[in-house]
Design a protein around this ligand. Structure first.
Ligand SMILES: [Cu+2]
Length: 188
């Protein structure tokens, strides 16, 4: 009977590892300090790896700050808030990283971006099988980019994100089936 429990424990550990690898991660921007002027965002982001399907969560006091997505590196460097692609102000905004490339976010409150309240997020395709040599520049120039980048956070799911997610689930289920077959052999 002890062997069964050991197998069960083994199974739980394996499933936890699989889930950690395949399921999307939600990142609170700035970590525990959140979306605030005092947070060092370049240090925070350099310690993270963002993959397609992951989500960013901006947490802050609504009214004091906001989140503005900027169009490009130039707007990011110059804190050109006027060039915003879209903006959020709920105080708890979730933004899905639905494709590989670099995205730029800044606070829309006057002076905050210049004070360092901005962050650059580079998303990698993750997975492995689908990660070809796709230059971010040409990828951003795709025909559907203007439409797909301006959809609201909660409802936006592009086909590529769906593909990555279903692929993850496929691998998870396939791995679990393989483990169960091994367990049947061991327990038989
Ligand atoms: Cu701010």
């Amino acid at each position: 009977m002890e062997g069964v429990y050991k197998c069960m424990l083994f199974l739980v550990v394996i499933i936890a590892v699989i889930m950690g690898q395949t399921l999307a991660t939600k990142y609170t921007v700035g970590g525990s300090q959140g979306w605030d002027e005092s947070t060092d965002f370049s240090t925070w982001s350099s310690g993270q790896t963002f993959k397609v399907g992951d989500e960013l969560e901006f947490k802050y006091s609504s009214g004091l700050h906001s989140v503005t997505e900027l169009a490009d590196e130039k707007a990011y460097k110059g804190c050109d808030i006027g060039s915003s692609l879209k903006s959020f102000n709920s105080g708890s905004d979730t933004i899905k990283l639905d494709k590989a490339g670099t995205r730029y976010f800044a606070c829309g409150t006057s002076g905050h971006c210049d004070a360092g309240m901005k962050v650059k997020i580079t998303t990698t395709s993750g997975g492995g099988s689908s990660s070809g040599a796709t230059p971010s520049g040409s990828g951003d120039g795709g025909g559907s980019s203007s439409g797909s980048t301006s959809t609201p956070s909660s409802t936006s799911t592009t086909s590529s994100a769906e593909g990555a997610r279903s692929l993850g689930f496929f691998y998870g289920i396939a791995s679990m089936l393989a483990i169960e077959m091994v367990l049947f052999v061991i327990l038989a």
